[in-house]
Write a protein that binds this ligand. Structure first.
Ligand code: ZN
Length: 165
């Protein structure tokens, strides 16, 4: 493994992170867990955070507020849809607030959140749960190394904090 001092495309970055919304609610954090590893420059993390990571070094601690446009996007009201109950498997738990994964017309994974359940229909919000939110990240860079050729080819990190296959 090669050491690299500064984050650039092709760096494997290991970091501790905390993600809070503007109201202070912490929605994700590595606190108490292993740090997260990601491959820089491959779109593994939201664009606003990835660009803020550029040039950072081991030991750096910083906060960054990522706008929705550079985070999980803005909200689209047309993404709130009422669909027949039969679109869900018979044993699916249908309750407001439950999140599930589905695929869109192009077979891309999309996240849905159930808003309302009626006799015949279910209202689903296909906006990302964090769409429309400013993402307040607190980051601490733990380790930086150069990605292996295999990791670059796969577009993700192997080993601790990354993919295992
Ligand atoms: Zn892989």
């Amino acid at each position: 493994m090669t050491e690299a001092n500064t984050i650039a495309d092709g760096s494997v970055v290991t970091m501790h992170y905390k993600l809070a919304l503007d109201d202070g609610q912490v929605v994700d954090s590595s606190e108490g867990n292993d740090p997260l590893a990601y491959l820089h420059g491959s779109g593994n993390i939201v664009p606003g955070l990835e660009s803020a990571m550029n040039g950072k070094q081991v030991g750096d601690k910083f906060d960054v507020a990522v706008k929705p446009e550079e985070g999980y996007g803005t909200r689209h009201e047309e993404a709130v849809q009422t669909v027949p109950r039969g679109m869900f498997p018979p044993d699916a738990q249908l309750e407001a607030g439950i999140q599930f994964q589905a695929t869109d017309e192009e077979q891309r994974p999309v996240m849905g959140t159930i808003k309302e359940v009626a006799d015949e229909t279910v209202t689903v919000d296909f906006n990302h749960p964090l769409a429309g939110h400013v993402l307040n990240f607190s980051i601490e860079i733990v380790e930086i190394r150069v990605a292996t050729e295999e990791e670059k080819a796969h577009g993700h990190v192997h080993g601790p904090g990354g993919h295992d296959h």
